[in-house]
Design a protein around this ligand. Structure first.
Ligand SMILES: NC(=O)c1ccc[n+]([C@@H]2O[C@H](COP(=O)([O-])OP(=O)(O)OC[C@H]3O[C@@H](n4cnc5c(N)ncnc54)[C@H](OP(=O)(O)O)[C@@H]3O)[C@@H](O)[C@H]2O)c1
Length: 340
């Protein structure tokens, strides 16, 4: 049985993280206890910690825990868990940010946490860092493109159809490019000029500088697009995609919402895509993701991971790491080991 462990808690609204000893977590029916060996700082975590962004669901009471994704080793099985064993190496996502009652048990900014066995994938010998580098942002991209826009599973698309990924430079964008390509589409992206070669290696046919004055005109000549997605989610990108949908109108997916004035014939598809698999209404997607697609992608190396930097210092380093992500000082992902 697990004994107490350490967690990086937010003690009160707007306060900095405090690392302290906490009571053990115990797996209930259908859950497992996992020793957490890697977390990647997502912009979502950084924004929630430093600006209170989107925190209403997760942080209705304090102390509170951030982090909804991690990788580690199964230490204990709750009743009724099948298909997992003590000692399995796994990557996982939790309800920490969508269910306030589960926040302290399932937040991944701690050393030992419980996870619903339905949102765990076995990773075999894949490094924990590689697993967390891919799972959360790839899941965001795939949920947006496949679950919400209906772009389909790998191998089911046609290269006669075009997909536009705006803001392909980040983790979500980079994985969106690779996923759209794997489905079979012709992929056109916007990114920084310095990123052109990498984007082409990831599968883009054309790479347009998103800062170019005529970016929308250039994209219009290359369209039309069957699916449109902004991986940066900023208002300029949303307006550009809405413009490309004219005059007939249509929909695009965005990683961010916001108060952006869009034409009435355009629907912006914005959801917490990264948390979609936590919801039972998406049970079919969840089962495909954790049992089929993600283990295959990780174990067969089907996706080129974004760059990462390992930040030393364990849980005590989370506050500064989150600040660095929040201030845009980091390219790629920052990864920490909560056991250090
Ligand atoms: N809705 C959801 O479920 C969900 C899930 C995950 C993430 N998100 C959100 O999605 C955004 C991206 O997340 P991420 O993990 O991919 O972040 P990331 O890896 O840190 O991506 C940052 C990169 O995006 C590019 N970028 C930044 N601003 C841009 C802009 N205005 N236009 C075009 N490209 C821009 C930059 O690359 P270059 O300098 O090379 O252009 C930057 O280095 C964040 O705001 C995050 O909160 C939402």
């Amino acid at each position: 049985m697990a004994s107490g462990h350490h967690a990086a808690l937010i003690p009160a609204a707007g306060k900095s993280l405090e690392v302290s000893g906490v009571a053990p977590n115990h797996p209930r029916q259908g859950e497992v206890l996992v020793r957490n060996h890697a977390v990647a700082i997502q912009p979502l975590d950084a924004k929630m910690l430093l600006s209170g962004y989107g925190g209403a669901g997760a942080m209705q009471s304090y102390p509170a825990l951030l982090g909804s994704s991690g990788a580690g080793v199964v230490e204990e099985l709750g009743e009724g868990v099948t298909g997992l064993a003590v000692g399995d190496r796994v990557v996982f996502d939790t309800k920490a940010l969508v269910d306030p009652k589960e926040n302290l048990r399932q937040g991944t900014w701690q050393q030992l946490l419980v996870v619903d066995s339905k949102t765990i994938a076995k990773i075999g010998n894949v490094a924990f860092e590689q697993a967390v580098l891919i799972d959360f942002p790839l899941q965001t991209a795939v949920a947006a493109l496949h679950l919400f826009l209906g772009a389909g599973e790998p191998g089911t698309g046609s290269e006669n159809d075009k997909v536009l990924i705006w803001g392909a430079g980040g983790a979500v964008g980079s994985y969106a490019v690779q996923y759209a390509k794997s489905v079979g589409y012709t992929v056109i992206v916007t990114a920084s000029p310095k990123d052109i070669e990498r984007q082409k290696q990831l599968g883009a046919s054309e790479v347009i500088d998103y800062k170019a004055a005529d970016v929308v005109d250039q994209l219009r000549t290359m369209g039309p697009y069957k699916y449109l997605f902004t991986g940066s989610g900023d208002s300029a990108s949303q307006k550009a995609l809405a413009s490309l949908l004219q005059p007939q109108g249509g929909e695009f997916a965005s990683v961010l919402g916001g108060d952006v004035e869009l034409p009435s014939n355009v629907e912006r598809v914005y959801h917490p895509f990264s948390q979609a698999a936590q919801r039972d209404e998406h049970g079919e997607f969840r089962a495909w993701w954790y049992r089929d697609y993600l283990p295959k992608v990780l174990q067969e190396g089907l996706v080129e991971p974004v760059k990462f930097t390992k930040r030393e210092g364990g849980l005590a380093a989370l506050q500064q790491a989150a600040a660095d992500v929040f201030e845009g000082k980091v390219r790629g992902k920052l990864i920490l080991n909560p056991q250090e």
